[in-house]
Write a protein that binds this ligand. Structure first.
Ligand SMILES: C[S@@+](CC[C@H](N)C(=O)[O-])C[C@H]1O[C@@H](n2cnc3c(N)ncnc32)[C@H](O)[C@@H]1O
Length: 506
């Protein structure tokens, strides 16, 4: 053991009574060479392939995993194991790399990338899954031997034995013991990049919350989100969903949660009458549709609609009211996804347009309700994509705020006087939320902020208490103007932000 490692609490003998990890430099599997497993367990191989695709091809784990699961023909239990292993190792990478760097005799950057992925998978099994230690070790060594080579398996065996000598909480206590900086400690404990921890603390403060909630917020990012469903109004059947095992949502109308595995076979899903959608996304779409409005209520616009989640709900609501939704999206392939998402809705109630929202050529100045669900950093939806936190950088936010402001200007130009505009992001970052709104209010003297919290609570089944006051230019509260910010750790939704605005007549 090196002096940097934590002292183990219990005996350091294995179940055969042999002393583990005596401190030499070379450690191999305790099985005799002939008895060592040479094939990889299929579920672990799938998880390994997912990590490799994420690292080598910039793949999204949630897109690559289903294909690999199908190809490996895994049963439900093995598929669940592979999913938990791949997602857990990706989410926990920050913590596991910190642990591994204490157990490897060189910087992790000098390890072969495939070996590092095998070590992360081993660390997740040893520290966070209910896998017996001997199985986690032997299977990860076998995986390494089969997928990388016999040479690497010795190193993996030796390193994972050091990892296994302590529990996750012991490792975290050791790794953070000398850190004065709370952000650095939270980054290790909850496996987030430090800049993201800082940005989320700032976000809590900006939306009027206690920064001490940061631990719960980061922990919520590490929990797999529950499957949320919406029975599209006038189309889906909530009772049939519940009869099939879903549970009625306590937050959004016509919504349910489902814990029974793949929701694909639930009634209405295949026909597009029921959709998988975060409850926060449902609420902001409903809040826009339900916001009080004087005058006509016929022309609705979703300026950044891809892949079409909110557009589907808005189009179903528009159809019930005799209104029409234009769903615009700049990327052609995402515009096709919008058309697919809207397949269950009456085609007279919507049209799908492909184009740059900054130069939207629809009926300028004529829309009654506009959804601007702006491209954003996605810092409020980290729990959805296990690898996403490692791919983002602070520079992304600066780039996005320019685009968000330009889209805001286009949305204001498309809004009729007295119409309602929802500015929405799945990021709580103040630069992408309140700052964009305040700048837009300053640029457009006829623009007025409304009470987004009241609009949200008018459609929510439980009060959200998600509001924060919008200040005027001098920092004083603007009467009646409140933004709304949902949170994973409080509402169980993505961290959706919403501001509602209207345009005064000239
Ligand atoms: C946050 S997503 C919208 C999510 C969508 N409302 C939903 O609920 O499924 C933002 C979308 O804006 C699109 N986008 C980015 N730049 C755009 C632009 N200049 N004009 C229109 N859409 C844009 C992105 O391709 C992305 O599909």
């Amino acid at each position: 053991m090196t002096p940097q490692q934590p002292q183990p609490r219990g005996s350091r003998r294995n179940d055969k009574g042999r002393q583990r990890n005596r401190g030499g430099t070379r450690h191999y599997s305790e099985s005799a060479p002939a008895a060592r497993k040479r094939t990889a367990d299929p579920a672990r191989r799938v998880a390994f392939e997912v990590l490799r695709a994420v690292a080598e091809d910039d793949a999204y784990a949630n897109l690559v995993l289903p294909t690999r699961l199908r190809r490996a023909r895994l049963g439900a239990r093995d598929a669940a194991f592979a999913t938990e292993l791949a997602y857990g190792a990706l989410r926990g990478q920050g913590t596991y790399d910190a642990v591994l760097s204490r157990c490897v005799d060189r910087p992790l950057s000098r390890l072969d990338a495939a070996v590092l992925d095998a070590l992360r998978l081993g660390a997740h099994q040893l520290l966070a899954m209910r896998v017996p230690h001997h199985a986690a070790l032997d299977e990860t060594v076998a995986l390494t031997r089969a997928e990388i080579g016999a040479g690497a398996s010795g190193l993996v065996n030796a390193v994972l034995r050091k990892v296994a000598a302590h529990s996750l909480s012991e490792w975290v206590a050791t790794l953070t013991a000398d850190l004065q900086d709370e952000t650095a400690a939270a980054a290790i404990e909850h496996s987030h990049p430090e800049w993201v921890v800082r940005a989320l603390r700032q976000s809590l403060a900006a939306h009027g919350r206690d920064v001490a909630e940061i631990g719960s917020l980061l922990a919520a990012d590490n929990a797999a989100p529950r499957v949320n469903l919406v029975a599209l109004p006038g189309l889906g059947d909530l009772a049939a969903l519940c009869a099939a095992g879903a549970e009625v949502s306590s937050l959004a109308p016509d919504a349910a949660t489902y814990d029974g595995g793949d929701p694909g076979r639930l009634p209405g899903l295949a026909e597009g009458r029921v959709r998988v959608q975060d409850a926060g996304s449902q609420l902001v779409a409903r809040a826009l549709a339900g916001a009080p409005l004087a005058g006509p209520d016929e022309r609705w616009l979703d300026l950044c609609a891809g892949p079409g989640g909110k557009a589907a709900l808005l189009a179903a609501l528009a159809s019930q009211r005799g209104a029409h939704l234009e769903a615009n999206e700049v990327a052609e392939h995402r515009a096709r996804l919008v058309s697919q998402a809207l397949a269950g809705v009456d085609p007279h109630a919507f049209s799908v347009v492909t184009g740059d929202g900054r130069r939207y050529a629809g009926s300028a100045g004529g829309y009654d309700r506009i959804m601007l669900d702006a491209p954003c950093s996605g810092l409020g939806a980290l729990r959805r994509r296990p690898e996403s936190r490692w791919r983002k950088s602070p520079g992304d936010i600066a780039e996005l705020t320019q685009l968000q402001s330009e889209l805001f200007d286009a949305a204001v130009a498309a809004l009729r006087p007295g119409g309602v505009l929802a500015y929405v992001t799945c990021s709580p970052h103040p630069a992408e939320t309140t700052a964009v709104v305040l700048d837009a209010l300053a640029r457009h003297p006829r623009l007025r902020a409304l009470d987004a919290e009241a609009a949200l609570d008018a459609v929510a089944l439980t009060p959200t208490n998600a509001g924060a006051q919008v200040p005027d230019k001098r920092g004083a509260p603007l009467e009646g103007a409140r933004t709304a910010q949902l949170w994973p750790h409080q509402h169980g939704t993505d961290a959706m932000f919403m501001a509602l605005l209207t345009l005064e007549a000239e």
